[in-house]
Design a protein around this ligand. Sequence first.
Ligand code: SAM
Length: 283
Amino acid sequence: MELWFTEKHTENVQLSIKVDKQLYSSQSEFQRIDIFDSKEFGRFLTLDGYMMLTQKDEFIYHEMMVHVPMAVHPNVRRVLVIGGGDGGTVRELIRYPFIEQIDLVEIDEEVVEACKQHLQQTACGFDDARVKCFYEDGLKYVRRFEDTYDLILVDSTDPFGPGEGLFTKEFYGNCYKALKEDGIMVNQHESPFYPADAVAMQRAHKRIVESFPISKVYQAHIPTYPSGHWLFGFASKKYHPLADQRVEAWKAYGLKTKYYNEQLHAGAFALPNYVEEMLEHVE
Ligand code: SAM
């Protein structure tokens, strides 16, 4: 008997991965959580049937979410991660010894527990003394802070279900307020390729542009996300992702990465014309 995981990317397109074994399945208060094992992608986590990460390609997403802003901001001490219950973003952050505090706000504690049990590849940094987990809605959490964080990473699910509030104008405005005067926010920015994803991407971009003086978009190739073409938003109060890229300083940290490098940092902001047009349309 063959067992397959299938995610619908559009009405007419789907991605299927052959499953060796289902390791975890649970309906939490917020969503259905599944972890599978497969030959091609190793273990993978899905929420409500949507792919969150696979062991094989998660390095691309997590390195691009963390190292791009870390190579720009010269003095990151306090970081807020919203979502990110799989731990991959935290794992990359704790590689910087000068970061003093990492607050992770995840709505669903069960995601963290399931990943600690079955996805140690990503959930390996939660015991670091600098990491504090808060199990609550990120939308509500950020309302309480002003001039507090150097970096906010929005490692959320898509803009429906519990993640919906993390794509609102109110949320981006509160992130702006919670950041220090030279703070940076990076968010997962959906895909430009299929029309439904592109609409969500444009809506998010419009709201970020309205909230931050510097708002740029960069891209990465993530094979298991719809179309494989994924975007990130770089929103900032002061630093420009290219003009302020600290190439030598970042190299001097001596971090070994599998995807990110300084040339790729610059290249990731060079977007295809059709994507530029979509962004300009809402700017
Ligand atoms: N890399 C992933 C992706 O884009 O597919 C995101 C992974 S991470 C597992 C997303 C996390 O965001 C989930 O664990 C989910 O529970 C959490 N989340 C969703 N809505 C949230 C909210 N409003 N506040 C805090 N965390 C939230």
